[in-house]
Each structure stands twice: as C-alpha cells, then as structure tokens.
Design a protein around this ligand. Sequence first.
Ligand code: PBG
Length: 311
Amino acid sequence: MVRETSLSPANLIWPLFVTDGEGVVEPIASLPGVSRWSVDGIVERAREAVDLGIPCLALFPNTQADRRSEDGREALNPDNLMCRAIRAIKDALGDSIGVLTDVALDPYTAHGQDGLIDSDGYVLNDATVEVLVGQSLNQARAGADIIAPSDMMDGRIGAIRAALEADGHHNVQIMSYAAKYASAFYGPFRDAVGSSGLLKGNKKGYQMDPANTDEALREVAMDIAEGADSVMVKPGMPYLDIVSRVKQAFGVPVYAYMVSGEYAMIEAMAAAGAGDRDAVVLESLLAFRRAGCSGVLTYHAAHAARLLAKG
Ligand code: PBG
C-alpha cells in the first residue's frame, strides 16, 4: 500500500543481436543465455515481446567480417542486416512493437571504433557525425521508431534531428545515449557484435570518464537542446547516481542500459550458487525505477517479464 515504486514489463526494453542466415541461433559464450538470431528468429522474439507486454526492442547487428571496412560504409547500405531486421519486424507486427536502433559505427568498422579514425587511430568527431546522419536516415527509412545514437560524438543529435525532419520522419524519436561512460562492463557486448577482437585502443577519446558527474549533466543538456526526446545513462547499476541527478535536473524520460557485463555478473553469481537469480534480477530492475528511470534496457527483459506475469 505504501510502495513508492513499481516495475512492469512496460518498463523494459529488450536488446537483441541479429546475425545472417535463416534459422540461425548462435549462443554467445560470454553472455550465457543470450544468442544471436537470424532475422526470422528476431521476428519470433518480437512476437514473444508483444505477448509479454514488452513495448520495445533494441537491435544490434553482428555484421559479416567481409562487410566491415575502415569507413564502416555497410552502415549506409539500405539492405544491411539491421534494415532487414527492422523491415521484417515492422511487416509482421507493425505498431504493436517499438524498434529502437543503435547508431554508431562499431559493428561495421574494421577497427571496432564507433567512428572514423585518423592515422593515429583517434576518432574524428565531425566526419563521423556526417556518417551517423546517413546511418540514422537509413534506419528511419527502414521503419525504426526510435533512433538511439550510442557513439558519443558531439553535435550528432542536432544533425540527426534536422536530417530526419528534412526527410519527413517527423515522428521518429531520438533516445540519446547522452551519458555513456568508457566502461569495462561492455566486454561481452563486443563479443556479441564481433568487434572485441578488432578493437584497437580504447574509447576514452569520446566516452565519458567514470570519475565525472557534472560532465554527464552537460552532455544531457546538450542532447536535449539539440532535440533528443529521451536520454540514456550507461552502464546502469554502478551509475544510478547519474540517473538520479539527470532525472532531477531535467525531468525528461530517462532510461538506463543494464549492460552486458552487469548481466554476466548476475548469471555468474547464479551459476556459482551464490544467490537467487530471479530475486536479484527483479531487485536490480526495481532499483533502476527507484533511481528515476522510465525504463531499462536489459538482456533479462523477457525473463523478468515472465517473472512479473507470475506475480
Ligand atoms: C557501441 C555500443 C556498446 C554497447 C551498446 N552500444 C559498446 C561500446 O560502446 O563499446 C554496450 C552494451 C552492453 O555492453 O551491453 N556503440
């Protein structure tokens, strides 16, 4: 009766990894229980999400090795894996499920960085923004509902918003990964999209220093001013103080990404017999809501939704 916070499947966004082929299910060793699915399997997962009351999927492609290049141009191919998955979901389910698409070049570059690099391997902000605009339009034309730039370049939200408007995508939302930290918790994700073996160096030139809080507020302020509809904090559990400050300062819908390393920690704990997995999952997700999140991106989304349905 006096509970202040609630958790429901409507608060969950389910990240899914797409791979080529048909009938393909590839388990990801560093993310036990998570697989890459070919497009047909992704459509099945989308139906499952609808049945479970999960409102939105977040898609990430594992691009074939021979389609990765220095400039990541496969991101602009209207028939790339991401676009095929978006179209298949939308053809099958229309508006009954939301599709959120990641904007960044790391699944498409031969070097695993999120943008274009100079001869020293340093990511070039403005040249990258131009490609991200093209990538966003490519995804919006395929039917994406929410464009989610995770690249952390400066100025990309304004540029993407202007391009979406000019191309007639007035109702496509932007959820910006506004406060994304250069975190050690992304390891299993990089395995999942096949970029971990390729990545040279680190992403500290554009992702945030885990020591900073005020900077997160400045990043969020810029993205909102440039036209973001909602913002994201990432990773999740170690950064709930950031969620809370962002929510209090701006009042916009705030999301957090409970990232691959966080998922893997819970699974490792459960596998070691060191805790009640289901209770840990639900407590963690509730904590995101308490901190101020409208929703959480979590690899546990389908499992959590089933637990919530059981009551
Ligand atoms: C890359 C991207 C990353 C994640 C989402 N988009 C990894 C990175 O920045 O290297 C991480 C998600 C996770 O770890 O679950 N643009």
